[in-house]
Design a protein around this ligand. Structure first.
Ligand code: UDP
Ligand code: MG
Length: 139
């Protein structure tokens, strides 16, 4: 993937609130091309696998329960400098600290239910995309 792809999920709170279209529009208007996209739901076990890196954190159990509570929209995205530019577009983890105009500032309801995920590195973008999509689904 070498620097031009990232992975995102619109999280259960934002899907349930009917914000999928508005968020996807912001992503495309920011210059990201959708490489893969679907609507799905994580089991509690799969949510635990996705967030295994946070296993020792105090918020892990709640996070896994929340992330498996309803449908999500995973997407692989492409743009020059994708990982960093997408983190800028979504804003800080805590929506109270997120910059004006960012997706989390506009749509997140709490530090947990913060509307959207964004990969933190090129390596994790590839791992996370492959968690949801086969290679032939990413085009
Ligand atoms: N999270 C939480 N409480 C915290 C920190 C994080 O519930 O104190 C949740 C939140 O949904 C966040 C996810 O765990 O998006 C992953 O945390 P991370 O630190 O990786 O934040 P992100 O990379 O999503 O900004
Ligand atoms: Mg993270």
């Amino acid at each position: 993937m070498s620097g031009n792809r990232t992975f995102t999920m619109i999280k259960p709170d934002a899907v349930a609130a009917g914000n999928t279209g508005a968020i996807t529009k912001m992503i495309e208007e920011a210059g990201f091309r959708i490489v893969a996209m679907k609507k799905t739901k994580l089991s509690r076990e799969r949510a635990g696998q996705f967030y295994a890196i946070h296993k020792e954190r105090p918020f892990y159990e709640d996070l896994c329960n929340y992330m498996s509570s309803g449908p999500i929209i995973p997407m692989t995205l492409e743009k020059e400098n994708a990982v960093e530019d997408f983190r800028t577009l979504i804003g800080a983890t805590n929506p109270q600290e997120a910059a004006e105009g960012t997706i989390r500032k506009l749509f997140a309801t709490s530090i947990e239910a913060n509307a959207i995920h964004g990969s933190d590195s090129d390596e994790n973008a590839e791992i996370e995309s492959n968690f949801f999509f086969s290679r032939t689904e990413q085009f």
